[in-house]
Design a protein around this ligand. Structure first.
Ligand code: ZN
Length: 340
């Protein structure tokens, strides 16, 4: 009960990429880089295990960006043809690559990484992939014409990838869909259908991560516009509860999300974000425990997996380690109270 896990990313060591910076370029190249990514993943497997995290991941040490790291392996994208696009409904305007033909996978994307991490931990292993809707909100379309159609094409690719990762021993595959908090109508119209296509035929645990993003300025500014209560989840949770996705990872720590909204997910496992990713302050185990107890008012403890709000990538390494330890210690406090 109350098994702990992480949303996904963890800081890169300073010898691999500039610390405390999201999407920093690699500091190594060639074979040194490949070895370096593996070494970084090993460090984080060990740190997670030492902290007492139950379901561990590679901390996304093998990629710079959670969407582009996948798209680099997809055919049908013109990386030279940049299109200016306002992503997450104009929260950031960036030059993005453009889809110019049918998208197909060039080959396995993350298999080697999973083989490596699987061989180095006996814990349950989680792997994160970008969700189809979020991919479509990170790339321009000059081929499909409709976002929903492009999302289905990406969902097929993600499904092929996910099936391979499952066969290599991944226990949980999580799709990251921060776009779900922005395009709530699209979630109901086609976002969940696309996720269903991505998880088709999988026997491992499946999850969707829906957050309010990393603690970076553009996100923090956006959060200021959301009012005193963030109720985006309220619009999409009923549809997600009806879906075949088994777990939902969401943000509960130090945010304005009313925790009662998780009561709308009564048929799901809920990864309760109990660690704030926008603050350098390491939560005390007691604070983590308080967040978990708050969630338990709305959902049974058997359904709760204490987790981080989002990735810890932009944080100083010691802060991230401290937060992992507090997450596990906080969950242990509540487990002890429950006598389990
Ligand atoms: Zn997130």
């Amino acid at each position: 009960m109350l098994k702990t896990t992480i949303a996904g990313s963890l800081p890169k060591p300073s010898w691999l990429a500039e610390p405390e910076k999201l999407w920093a370029p690699w500091r190594l190249e060639g074979e040194e880089l490949e070895r370096g990514k593996q070494d970084a993943a090993l460090i984080w497997l060990k740190e997670q295990e030492d902290a007492g995290i139950d379901i561990v991941g590679d901390g996304e040490q093998f990629r710079i960006h959670f969407v582009h790291g996948f798209l680099e392996h997809v055919e049908g994208i013109d990386w030279q043809k940049k299109t200016k696009m306002g992503i997450r409904a104009d929260r950031y305007v960036v030059d993005v690559p453009t889809v110019t033909g049918p998208v197909t996978r060039k080959g396995p994307v993350h298999s080697d990484e999973v083989r490596f991490t699987r061989a180095h931990t006996k814990k349950k292993l989680k792997f994160t992939l970008p969700g189809p809707m979020t991919i479509c909100d990170t790339i321009a379309d000059a081929h499909y014409g409709k976002r929903a159609d492009m999302a289905m094409a990406f969902a097929d690719i993600l499904n092929a990838e996910a099936r391979e990762l499952e066969a290599l021993g991944v226990d949980t595959i999580q799709f990251d869909e921060p776009a779900f908090n922005v395009f709530m109508d699209d979630v109901k119209e086609w976002g969940i259908d696309a996720l269903h296509r991505a998880i088709d035929g999988l026997k491992c645990t499946t999850a969707v991560h829906i957050c309010y993003g990393y603690g970076i300025k553009a996100n923090n500014d956006w959060k200021e516009t959301l009012g005193s209560e963030w109720r985006q989840y309220e619009e999409i949770f009923p549809a997600i509860n009806e879906s075949r996705i088994q777990q939902v990872s969401l943000e509960c720590a130090s945010s304005k999300v009313p925790v009662s909204l998780i009561g709308l997910l009564k048929d799901k496992d809920v990864l309760v974000g109990s660690i704030d990713v926008a603050s350098l302050e390491v939560e005390t185990p007691e604070k983590v425990a308080a967040t978990i107890r708050e969630a338990m008012k709305h959902i049974a403890p058997e359904r709760i997996f204490p987790c981080t709000n989002c990735g810890l990538a932009p944080l100083p390494r010691e802060v991230a380690v401290g937060k992992l330890r507090s997450l596990a210690a906080g969950a242990a406090l509540v487990r002890a109270e429950l006598g389990s």
